[in-house]
Write a protein that binds this ligand. Structure first.
Ligand SMILES: [Mg+2]
Length: 170
């Protein structure tokens, strides 16, 4: 069977990922990108909203980790330590190493794992190549720079098409 590199769902915000949605998808481990997915780049502290969202997931038994390509390991480390969640930094997405290290932390298989992220070239491509469910999300606070603006503009029509086809989430 050919590999699809189309996200499984396209969401407007991370908060649309709920325990009920993950249960419907058969997902028990949620991996999330950090920059532009949960927080604008350079954010050092998680918001109360992020804390509550993660508490809602983990309280319902969903396992959670952050998988980030960010090279400022101290920032990602501080952010994740503050949240109390495991993280894989310098993940090198879309290469498989970061995804595999994160799944190994929990002994999880790709079939029970979803990736949440904003970027085609790292999150979506990697998740789909290595067999994870991909939940694509609009950037949390718009494009942080022209490079991201260009990438988002390139994949916007494709994202809209997936979103139209997927119908209501719950
Ligand atoms: Mg990102």
């Amino acid at each position: 069977m050919p590999i699809s590199i189309t996200p499984d769902l396209v969401l407007e915000r991370y908060a649309q990922v709920t325990p009920a949605l993950l249960e419907r998808l058969g997902i028990t481990l949620l991996l999330s990108d950090l920059d532009n997915t949960l927080a604008p780049p350079h954010t050092r502290r998680p918001t109360d909203e992020i804390r509550a969202w993660i508490a809602g997931l983990t309280g319902a038994g969903v396992r959670f980790a952050i998988v980030s390509n960010n090279r400022s390991s101290s920032r990602v480390e501080d952010y994740c330590a503050d949240l109390g969640v495991p993280y894989i930094g310098h993940a090198g997405k879309p290469k498989p190493g970061g995804f595999r290290r994160a799944m190994a932390l929990f002994g999880a298989s790709p079939e029970e794992t979803a990736m949440l992220g904003d970027l085609w070239t790292t999150d979506i491509l990697g998740a789909k190549l290595w067999g994870l469910t991909m939940l694509a999300v609009e950037p949390v606070d718009g494009a942080p720079d022209w490079g991201h603006a260009l990438l988002y503009a390139l994949h916007r029509p494709w994202m809209r098409r997936v979103k139209r086809r997927q119908g209501p989430l719950q």
